[in-house]
Design a binder for this molecule. Structure first.
Ligand code: PEP
Ligand code: MN
Length: 337
């Protein structure tokens, strides 16, 4: 921590601050300028008691952290990329992975038709919400366990791995029984007890970015998973809320190089929630590949016009197949397979 003292304070006031810094377990390193004194408090900020309370002292102007607040998730702790194993599918390695499927699981025929089509087009993981986080309580809430059973059936019959959202701690073991990846949704990305429960299932966790979440908060939320003995975390950018209303959210593609710089965990892009518009999905996917994402999470429906949720943003089966073809040169240009 850096502690900046107010200008022209007395020696006695300065000494009191240095004494407090030592008391908190840090070694003060005094830098004397012409007008003011700056103190470097040397020690591990993450394990020592915080010095931040010093800002309330009358002789202190500012206290600034030097170290980052996250540790296990950080590139500083692990320089090589983490590769998350989802059954036999590596996420974060050379192979670019695509997860696709409907926003919500609606019926066996809807799910099976979509699963077969996305597999044929090259997806390796089937998405589908069984527990849906809906803004209104009057909207379709998902099929619950019945939806999970349909996902498990689609997995058995197609060989695709499955990703689905966990909404509540009380469903953690049930959801983990049916899925290969636990999705933590945007609305729950700082529900720390839910993150801990997801981590403890031992399943890989995909952590969406919250609606108004700063990247540091997102990294710290991810730290909850790693610090609860689950190394298999993926980040998923899905757009943040801004003033813009041509799109449902503003997909922050700049988060890709930032997350890849700060963390060793894979980065997935969800252009469907990101734009809320099917016509923008292709361009956003191309941008995501070019900017270094490790995979995509895309909503696909046999008949988006009749979808029970998020119809406007879901690709048709044919649209998804065209997208996968169109992405090939981008994937190759990004040095991926
Ligand atoms: C979803 O993937 O369907 C979903 C609800 O996502 P988010 O949490 O990003 O809104
Ligand atoms: Mn959706």
């Amino acid at each position: 921590m850096i502690v900046v003292l107010k200008p022209n304070i007395s020696k006695k006031d300065e000494a009191a601050v240095l004494k407090e810094i030592r008391k908190l377990g840090y070694r003060p390193h005094v830098m004397r300028g012409i007008e003011r004194v700056v103190v470097g408090a040397i020690g591990d900020e993450r394990t020592h008691q915080s010095l931040e309370t010093l800002v309330s002292w009358p002789q202190v102007e500012r206290v600034m952290p030097v170290q980052k607040r996250y540790k296990l998730i950080s590139r500083e702790g692990q320089t090589n990329n983490s590769v998350v194993p989802v059954r036999d599918i590596p996420i974060g390695g050379k192979k670019f992975q695509v997860m696709a499927g409907p926003c919500s699981v609606e019926s066996e025929s809807q799910l099976m038709t979509t699963a077969l089509a996305v597999k044929k087009a090259g997806a390796t993981i089937l998405r589908g919400g069984a527990f849906k986080p809906r803004t209104s309580p009057y909207e379709f809430q998902g099929l619950g366990e019945k939806g999970l059973k349909l996902l498990a059936k689609a997995r058995r019959e197609t060989g695709l791995a499955v990703i689905t959202e966990l909404l509540s701690e009380q469903h953690a073991s049930m959801v983990a029984e049916y899925t290969d990846i636990i999705q933590i949704g945007a609305r729950n990305s700082q529900n720390f007890q839910l993150l801990i429960a997801a981590a403890k299932t031992g399943k890989p966790v995909l952590l969406k970015r919250g609606l108004s979440m700063r990247i540091e908060e997102w990294l710290l939320a991810g730290e909850y998973v790693l610090s609860n003995n689950n190394a298999n975390l993926m980040f998923c950018e899905r757009g943040i809320r801004t003033f813009e209303n041509y799109t449902r959210n503003t997909l922050d593609l700049s988060a890709i190089p930032i997350i890849k710089n700060e963390s060793h965990c894979p980065m997935i892009i969800d252009p469907s929630q990101g734009a809320g518009r099917a016509d923008l999905v292709v361009s956003l996917c191309k941008g995501a590949v070019a900017m270094g994402a490790d995979g995509l999470l895309i909503e696909v429906h046999p008949n988006p016009a009749e979808a029970w949720s998020d119809g406007a943003q879901q690709l048709t089966l044919e649209g998804f197949a065209r997208l996968m073809e169109g992405l090939k040169p981008f994937i190759a240009a990004a040095g991926r397979e």
